[in-house]
Write a protein that binds this ligand. Structure first.
Ligand SMILES: Cc1cc2nc3c(=O)[nH]c(=O)nc-3n(C[C@H](O)[C@H](O)[C@H](O)COP(=O)(O)OP(=O)(O)OC[C@H]3O[C@@H](n4cnc5c(N)ncnc54)[C@H](O)[C@@H]3O)c2cc1C
Length: 552
């Protein structure tokens, strides 16, 4: 009989878009149990998987696992082991390329890939600072889980077992499939799975008045009524955990044929490498050197909080949405979305900071206009915008895969869409992607987005309206292009808005007439002035002059 000197009972946490320590329900709960010595496990293993269906992971294929091919016969001969192969090799990924369904764009472009990696890495550093760590892997969540559960128990002087798998719920269709697969894999080993609520939104799921997703109204205005007072609609944030149970000693490695790096630079290089080889990389025109990117921030929780504090201290949260006041430029928009999308910060953290400022509870922002005098137009607008995020997420919950259907939530089968198989339409798509449509305001938005990963809400609306309603092209291609470009890509935010502006989503939407092309593009210029408030245009307009020098 085998004698164990000590049991190792590990809980496995599959980390998703909750890349933060503060206001993190799972970590808060574990930390509480750990501090009272009540945790039902001795070790915690947080695991993050870069999903192969969303981001190209070919840059991590390990040549040492390649199948060697004879130069003459080109037939597989043996598994390569510890030396570089003599003959050309093929390393096959077990996963299909991460490409969009309609147009075949890579699903995640360089701006997001970098920001995402930085955010994961900073989360890993944060976990290490409180006694834990993070195993970062690539592939499919269920494959990694299966491998981990299998390898975990391998020969050891200590009895090692995984006693639970925890994961946070998400509403996207593919994310739901991942969840089901986690249940399947863990179920085969009789390991219980616990699904936690996603708490990065403004209004907590438990406070919504709907019994089922079907009850979510098809109009934002209607939904808005569910939270009469947005200031108090949010729950309290959770404190940063003081410490966590340690990692189990031996952590199963990344399964072949991949090998994962041990540095941030290695991760970024691995994710960017396949992108440079795609045709898309070659067609994006260069960003004019003198133009200032509006979103040049780094990924990770610390940077998100720094940005939020800066917005409050500078008074930008008070002047938000007031185009004629003095805060032109960089701070006209919060630019918090990329962090929100990855869960580096939560909407309720933003709300809580705004409340502290409005009530003068902390010294932050005490020199700024609006300090200590209650809600103002700016802070109220930010809350209203954050509610939009909540709403779009609930629409995804309600409509599932209809989010990606051409006929949209409305099921509008009457519209005749143009498709890329027509050569003329294909050329229009190409020009849209390149930011060379000939409509300056659209081109400015598109080129800013592809070059920097960000453009403002109004600029996005204009580009989406132009593509979906003016050109009448299959709007999903535009949505897929945005998915590639945007640093703040979020499945509900992007696809929900594209439906809306293409006129197949919820809420009746006004038609944003960008005007026909004509001499001097005066109409577009007027439209630009009307739709894009002075805000980011200080940057955008000076960028535009630079761009037009390159473009026209
Ligand atoms: C075609 C199109 C595609 C979009 N794709 C995305 C996307 O992939 N991911 C995404 O998060 N948002 C998306 N949006 C919504 C919006 O454009 C961005 O949230 C906003 O531009 C982000 O900039 P910001 O952080 O400076 O936001 P601000 O304008 O400063 O707003 C503050 C916060 O409110 C939220 N917010 C603001 N405007 C909206 C809005 N219209 N809808 C929902 N939430 C909003 C954001 O979380 C934002 O961080 C899209 C909009 C359009 C028209």
């Amino acid at each position: 009989m085998r004698v164990y000197n000590q049991d190792l009972r590990a809980n496995l946490e599959i980390v998703r878009r909750e890349l933060r320590l503060t206001d993190n329900p799972i970590l808060h709960h574990i930390s509480e149990l750990h501090s009272k010595d009540q945790a039902p496990f001795s070790h915690l293993l947080p695991v993050y998987v870069f999903p192969a269906r969303q981001v190209e992971v070919g840059g991590f294929l390990d040549p040492a696992t390649a199948t060697c091919h004879s130069a003459k016969t080109d037939e597989p001969s043996s598994r390569c082991t510890d030396r570089l192969p003599e003959f050309p090799t093929t390393i096959e990924s077990p996963y299909p390329p991460a490409r969009s369904v309609v147009a075949g764009f890579p699903r995640c472009g360089p701006h997001r890939a970098r920001f995402w990696t930085e955010s994961v890495w900073e989360f890993k550093n944060g976990l290490e600072s409180i006694g834990s760590g993070l195993a970062i892997r690539v592939g499919r969540i269920d494959d990694i889980l299966e491998n981990m559960l299998h390898e975990f128990k391998r020969e050891s002087a200590v009895k090692r077992e995984v006693v639970g798998v925890w994961i946070t719920a998400e509403d996207g269709v593919a994310e739901k499939t991942d969840e089901r697969n986690v249940f399947r894999v863990a179920g085969l080993k009789k390991i219980p799975v616990r699904v936690w609520k996603d708490e990065k939104y403004l209004i907590d799921d438990r406070d919504l008045p709907y019994m089922t997703p079907k009850e979510v109204p098809d109009s934002f205005a209607e939904f808005r009524k569910t939270a009469a007072c947005l200031r108090t609609a949010s729950r309290k944030t959770l404190p940063r955990p003081a410490s966590l149970p340690p990692l189990p000693g031996r952590i199963p490695a990344q399964p072949i044929p991949f090998r994962v790096p041990t540095t941030l630079d290695g991760w970024i290089a691995g994710l960017l490498k396949p992108l440079y080889d795609t045709p898309v990389a070659a067609i994006i025109p260069p960003w004019p050197l003198t133009a200032v990117p509006q979103h040049a921030d780094l990924g990770g929780e610390a940077y998100a909080l720094e940005r939020l504090k800066h917005l409050i201290a500078s008074g930008a949260t008070t002047t938000y949405r007031y185009p004629h006041l003095s805060s032109h430029g960089e701070d006209r928009r919060t630019k918090l979305t990329a962090w929100l999308a990855l869960g580096c910060i939560t909407a309720r953290q933003i709300n809580e900071h705004l409340l502290d400022f409005e009530e003068g509870r902390t010294a932050l922002g005490h020199h700024a206009d609006g300090y200590g005098i209650g809600e103002n137009g700016g802070t109220a607008s930010i809350r209203a915008e954050l509610l939009w995020r909540d709403y779009l997420r609930l629409c995804t919950r309600k409509y599932g895969c209809k989010l990606f259907r051409l006929e949209g939530f409305k099921g509008d089968m009457d519209r005749a869409w143009k498709h890329g198989d027509d050569p003329d339409v294909n050329r229009q798509i190409q020009r849209f992607v390149e930011g060379r449509t000939g409509v300056p305001v659209v081109d400015t938005a598109l080129r800013e987005m592809s070059s920097t990963g960000y453009t403002s809400d109004h600029a996005r609306q204009i580009a989406a309206t132009y593509f979906g309603r003016q050109l009448g092209i299959d709007w999903r291609i535009g949505a897929e292009w945005f998915e590639y470009c945007l640093v703040d890509y979020d499945v509900s935010g992007n696809w929900g808005h594209w439906q809306y502006w293409a006129g197949v989503g919820n809420d009746p939407v006004g038609y944003l007439n960008l005007g026909r092309k004509r001499e001097g593009n005066e109409e577009q210029e007027d439209c630009l002035k009307a739709r894009l408030d002075a805000d980011n245009l200080v940057t955008l307009q000076s960028n535009r002059r630079e761009m037009q020098r390159t473009l026209y």
